[in-house]
Design a binder for this molecule. Structure first.
Ligand code: HEM
Length: 248
């Protein structure tokens, strides 16, 4: 079949996969776009606003934004997993190819980010929003709100840090990691184990299992917009060096 001389994909699977990929990308940018909005614009603005304005602006803004944020995150994961079901390549030699390692790690990082959205950021932000609405209505401030806000903040900043290598592995699976000739299962597992330990330690730090949640040297990467962006690229560089050492 041709359209203005350009041949179009014919089989249903190709068309289905095209649509699934498109929805994956649209939901993905909605999620990560809002994540960057919260981190680069929202948190710094909330800190600058005087408390009466903050409690007035915060509940309606955050409730709307968090609705799109958490459902876009879930949609991204569902459509991402649907891509794996429609890609024949994923059923053969998955754990002995460099691009198998790439998408597996990308998915684990993205699913950790999804966990942070639904299990950490959203429940803690609900406490913060409910407190702001209550104060606005003339009620007593909830003493647990500050700690909840801090937990949501740290998980959100960790997601910003994770987003850099996550996007790299999403895109790299078809574009960069195909350049390595098949390294074999031993190398793939070595790469995955080292990478997952790094990811696990960072997640434990963000959730406060390492060093609690109070400000300390290990929380420094999360405290400012500049430090979290730099940390994201440092994490990417470490994982890229690991790639070159093991697969290169
Ligand atoms: C939440 C769990 C996620 C899962 C399970 C998932 C899964 C996948 C899979 C299987 C692919 C195909 C890789 C390939 O064969 O080339 C892919 C590609 C991609 N994903 Fe995700 N993903 C997730 C999250 C995200 C997020 C949050 C974004 C952010 C925008 C994202 C952006 C992308 C991009 C840009 C591609 C490349 C598309 C291409 O080159 O064709 N993904 N994802």
């Amino acid at each position: 079949m041709a359209y203005f001389g350009i041949s179009l994909p014919r089989d249903a699977q190709t068309n289905f996969l095209m649509l699934v990929r498109l929805i994956h990308l649209v939901t993905g940018i909605t999620w990560i776009g809002l994540l960057y909005f919260f981190n680069f614009v929202g948190f710094p603005l909330m800190k600058d606003l005087d408390p009466p304005t903050r409690v007035q602006v915060m509940p309606p803004l955050m409730l709307r934004a968090l609705w799109w944020f958490r459902w876009a995150a879930l949609g991204t994961a569902i459509f991402g997993i649907l891509i794996t079901g429609a890609t024949q390549d994923y059923y053969k030699d998955f754990f002995s190819r460099a691009n198998g390692a790439s998408i597996f790690l990308g998915m684990i990082i993205a699913l950790t980010m999804l966990y942070n959205v639904w299990m950490v950021i959203w429940p803690n932000q609900r406490i913060v929003i409910a407190n702001a609405a209550n104060v606005l209505a003339g009620g007593q401030a909830d003493p647990a709100a500050a700690a909840a806000g801090r937990r949501a903040f740290l998980a959100s900043r960790q997601n910003v840090m994770f987003s850099v290598p996550m996007l790299w592995f999403m895109v790299g699976t078809s574009h960069f990691y195909t350049a390595f000739s098949d390294p074999g299962a031993g190398s793939v597992w070595l790469f995955l184990i080292v990478a997952l330990i790094i990811v696990g330690v960072l997640e434990a730090n963000a959730l406060g299992f390492i060093g609690g949640t109070a400000a300390s040297p290990v929380k420094q990467p999360y405290e400012s917009v500049a430090s979290v962006i730099i940390s994201g690229f440092v994490l990417w560089a470490i994982l890229w060096i690991l790639t070159e050492i093991i697969f290169g």
